[in-house]
Design a protein around this ligand. Structure first.
Ligand code: UDP
Length: 304
């Protein structure tokens, strides 16, 4: 099998390409690649998917390339909105040319400030089209709409997943790219205060990256053309509790520092994964404590 993976040097991509058997071509501009890992046979096309010329035949196009970190995308909204939408268009065209299966990695962000928690795939979302997160949310929503249009008009084999807060080794912790789990882990290991935005009552449900890889392989394998799946956890956790858990797991002396809330931060998020359980036979296997332990261990190694 021949795979094209956009964003293959990013966090999710680097884990996925380790698990893919066959020929893998990665398109990545390497702009945020930090802890990437390429198995020996992977071919790299360096550049932005919307700009590079990608040659070759592919059975699968897996479109991961995006700028998913809120502080990063709120700082670069134009680049985010354009690369998320034009990038998807380009990736879809490559898939269409190859009559390939197209797997789109959307986001739980399409639900916005969801009013139904845990959120099922049928929920349409509550997104502010002009808000500071709209560059990301709306471009992800547009990408889903475009992918479904290719499915309806051209019969392209399109599959859409909506990951919810995936974490694990290789998740960036630094600068504006840092996400909450890796940031808290590194702060705890360094003995720095953990930076909780707002009062920490906002929630997320975290999925360990190995479980995400498992779900993604199942989505490629099963006959789920034209379907959408939540890939996440239904265990809702308050950010303040996450901070406390990480302090206790690392045995750190760090305290907690409360910072102003992020603008438009979704107050609650958790996945209803009934459909993935039923149709993919998939289930998250790694508990939050176990996943955090593995993440802590990995970061201990990196920090030395
Ligand atoms: N968060 C936090 N401190 C940080 C980074 C994030 O309290 O240093 C909170 C943030 O306000 C949000 C949650 O953690 O409620 C998840 O943030 P992240 O940037 O990981 O991704 P999001 O789920 O918002 O896309």
């Amino acid at each position: 099998m021949k795979y094209l993976v956009t964003g293959g040097a990013g966090f999710l991509g680097s884990h996925l390409i380790e698990a893919l058997e066959g020929e893998v071509t990665v398109v990545d501009d390497m702009s945020t690649a930090k802890y990437y890992y390429f198995p020996p046979k992977v071919k790299l096309v360096k550049g932005r998917i919307e700009e590079v010329d990608v040659q070759g035949r592919f059975d699968y196009v897996i479109h991961l390339a995006a700028r998913p970190s809120p502080e990063d995308y709120m700082r670069y909204p134009v680049e985010t909105a354009l690369s998320n939408s034009l990038g998807t268009y380009k990736a879809l065209e490559i898939a269409r040319r190859n009559d390939a299966t197209f797997l789109y990695t959307s986001s739980s962000e399409v639900y916005g400030h969801a009013e139904v928690i845990p959120t099922p795939e049928e929920y349409w979302g509550k997104v502010n089209p002009t808000g500071v997160r709209s560059c990301y949310d709306e471009s992800k929503r547009f990408s889903e709409a475009l992918a479904m249009s290719y499915y309806r008009e051209y019969g392209l084999d399109v599959r859409i997943q909506r990951p919810f807060n995936v974490y694990g080794p290789r998740l960036r912790e630094d600068g504006t790219y840092g996400r909450v789990v890796s940031r808290f882990v590194v702060q705890a290991l360094r003995g720095e205060d953990l930076t909780v935005f707002g009062d920490g009552s906002q929630t997320r449900a975290f999925l360990y990256v190995d479980d995400w890889v498992d779900a993604t392989l199942r989505m490629l394998r099963e006959n789920v053309k034209g379907e959408v799946f939540n890939i996440g956890s239904d265990r809702e956790v308050k950010i303040l509790d996450l901070a406390r858990t990480i302090i206790s797991l690392t045995g750190s002396r760090s305290g907690i520092k409360f910072l102003p809330p992020r603008v438009d931060d979704p107050p609650r998020r958790a996945a209803d994964i009934t459909k993935a359980r039923r149709r993919l036979g998939w289930e998250p296997r790694v508990s939050l404590e176990e996943g955090l332990r593995k993440t802590v261990e990995w970061f201990r190694g990196v920090l030395g």
